[in-house]
Write a new protein. Structure first.
Length: 146
């Protein structure tokens, strides 16, 4: 599982000219699922994301988590995070989870995140062409791999 975590002041995702999810202060998660990923790996990532101290405290230090700042989440599936560019100029996506395996795991993650967070958890649409807009805060961007 590979997740790009972006601390945002706001973010939204649009599918076919319709906004499917939008948040204010929080995290935008771009989630890539590998063909061998499991619910146990998803659970580890969820625990880490919720407790990740990347929000500033009153002294300007990154000491607060998403839970501490009552932040929101926008979760977007992104199989292209498993693009392999070793040969040629066209990425290969053979390591990305196939939709019949990846979509249920993505849905599992979203459901668990919604159950763990008092604030809203919004999503894109699995497998759709999406336009993602964000106002990166910091900028703070991290890549998590499990």
């Amino acid at each position: 599982m590979r997740i790009v975590i972006q601390r945002v002041k706001s973010a939204s995702v649009t599918v076919n000219s319709e906004v499917t999810g939008s948040i204010d202060k929080g995290l935008l998660l771009l989630v890539g699922i590998h063909q061998t990923d499991t619910k146990e790996q998803a659970d580890w990532c969820i625990r880490k994301i919720l407790k990740l101290r990347i929000f500033e405290d009153s002294e300007g230090k990154m000491n607060k988590s998403l839970l501490d700042v009552d932040g929101e989440l926008l979760v977007v599936s992104q199989f292209t995070l498993y693009g392999i560019m070793k040969k040629g100029t066209r990425p290969s996506f053979i390591e990305a989870g196939k939709p019949d395996m990846a979509e249920p795991l993505y849905d599992y993650m979203v459901k668990k995140l919604k159950g763990s967070l008092a604030k809203k958890v919004e999503t894109g649409e699995f497998g759709a062409m999406m336009d993602v807009e964000l106002l990166n805060d910091g900028p703070v961007t991290l890549v998590m791999e499990r």
